[in-house]
Design a binder for this molecule. Structure first.
Ligand code: ZN
Length: 479
């Protein structure tokens, strides 16, 4: 930023030099870690998940973290916990959340380079987990080192706790139990959640929420077996027709979901957030290309594409099957028909309420002579959004603006994650801190991370730890 006249009055923060000085070492360590194939959902790789946890624990100890533990008591895959108390007993306690398990690599033949042989090409580091989430967890380690080096402190200005789980990619099936079992160790004033991207490198953002999700399968059943349509067709109800009607009734002409009470408690984003969404650069063609090369936009009337994905709830048909689907024709009235549905939820909605509303909706759309069963896919994931006026959100945004040299706006993500569980169990606000990019190819071949963004992220974290105590104490709203 030294050539930028706008910034000439603002000398570089000491955190920048402290980050840069450790960049090579940081990168070498991250490459070692990425070489461990910690695929949490694959039992064949559970030993690697344990090796990955051990690697992280060792790296934390080497950095000087005084209390580092691997939680490996099952049934959860090994998680890493670390604690570095501030010398100031009144300092705020911050819990950093991330994960060290990675997605499977299939189809492996589509990777340009082997997924577990991390390769640096220009500014980009390629490898499974580079962006999601090992790169971003490693960024935190660098951030703490830079914070201490830049301030000359021997303990951080905030009391830091780190919780890096080993099964996020499998939907964090045991996180509630882990949080319950380790309540006192995880006790904190604030969670910093690191597993989300910026909107783009050119238009960086701080994420302020994720949608929740509820999934279920609906099975409409008529008789005990398929029956010849010439013999019985026209005389008995057809489950496939009934299910098609039910599916068609899920949305009205304006794209609004027709489950009873679906929108009753929806909490809208603030005007500041909506203004930020509207001001983000948006290219419809790029959006469509990145959306499976779709041919056109659709959705709920009255909302922009980003709003439809970030702050509006949805109902989607994920799969639909009935009757004979093999080659040629088979003239039957099918015995049953089934649909897999998922609902993305926004603040104010609860998975259990949507489950009840779906029951009511299905009952109302099941004609006489047929029965309908609903099988929930787990309990679902609640949505979460942080209050953008919380001083920690302002502190994160200011730290990122300083490190990236660009204005930072608000965004959300349409996907789901354990932020709500962390918030509901620990009863503290969750703020998001991530510098990954939406086109990092996470969960896909050729995953990569942009190294300068990780370094800027580490610098911003170092500044955040220095500035956060005062920001929280003064309750200052974001500038
Ligand atoms: Zn992740």
């Amino acid at each position: 930023m030294s050539g930028d006249p706008e910034n000439s009055e603002h000398p570089e923060p000491p955190e920048r030099a402290a980050t840069t000085a450790r960049a090579d070492e940081f990168l070498a360590g991250l490459r070692d870690w990425l070489a461990i194939p910690s695929i949490g959902v694959d039992p064949a790789h559970h030993g690697d998940v344990a090796r990955s946890a051990a690697w992280l624990a060792e790296a934390l100890r080497a950095d000087g973290w005084p209390d580092v533990r691997v939680w490996d008591e099952g049934p959860a895959q090994p998680a890493v916990y670390a604690h570095w108390p501030s010398a100031d007993p009144d300092a705020p306690v911050v819990l950093v959340y991330g994960h060290h398990d990675v997605q499977p690599v299939d189809p492996v033949e589509r990777w340009t380079r082997p997924p577990f042989e991390p390769t640096l090409v220009g500014e980009e580091l390629f490898g499974r987990g580079a962006s999601d989430d090992k790169g971003q967890v490693a960024m935190h380690l660098l951030g703490v080192r830079a914070h201490l080096a830049a301030t000359g402190r021997t303990t951080p200005a905030v009391t830091l706790k780190l919780f890096v789980e080993g099964e996020e990619e499998g939907g964090s099936p045991h996180i509630a139990r882990t949080l319950a079992d380790h309540g006192p160790e995880l006790d904190c004033d604030l969670v910093v959640f690191t597993d989300t991207p910026l909107y783009s490198r050119e238009a960086p953002t701080v994420c302020t929420g994720q949608r929740g999700v509820y999934g279920a399968e609906v099975v409409v059943t008529g008789g005990a077996t398929d029956v010849h349509s010439g013999r019985a067709g026209g005389s008995i109800p057809n489950p496939a027709t009934a299910l098609a009607r039910l599916v068609a009734a899920l949305h009205d002409e304006d794209g609004r979901v027709q489950l009873p009470g679906f929108y009753d408690h929806v909490v809208l984003p603030t005007d500041v957030e909506r203004a930020d969404y509207a001001s983000l650069p948006f290219d419809e063609q790029v959006w469509l290309t990145n959306s499976g090369r779709a041919r056109g936009l659709s959705g709920e009337s009255g909302w922009s594409t980003l709003e439809r994905v970030w702050v509006r709830p949805t109902a989607e048909v994920n799969g639909l099957v009935a009757g004979y689907t093999g080659p040629g024709l088979k003239t039957v009235v099918p015995a049953d028909a089934r649909v897999k549905l998922s609902f993305r939820l926004v603040p104010g909605q609860r998975p259990e309420h949507v489950a009840e509303a779906l029951r009511e909706f299905v009952d109302a759309h099941t004609p006489e002579g047929l029965s309908a069963e609903i099988v929930s896919r787990g309990d679902g994931v609640p949505p979460y959004a942080v209050d953008v006026a919380h001083p920690a959100v302002g502190a994160v945004r200011d730290a990122l603006e300083g490190a990236l040299g660009k204005p930072v706006r608000f965004s959300r993500t349409g996907g789901s994650g354990p932020a709500a569980v962390l918030h509901e169990t620990l009863r503290v606000p969750v703020v998001y801190f991530g510098v990954a990019l939406p086109d990092d190819n996470i969960h896909a071949p050729d995953e990569r991370v942009v190294v300068p963004l990780l370094l800027s992220g580490a610098e911003a974290l170092a500044v955040l730890w220095r500035t956060l105590p005062e920001r929280l104490a003064s309750g200052e709203p974001p500038a």
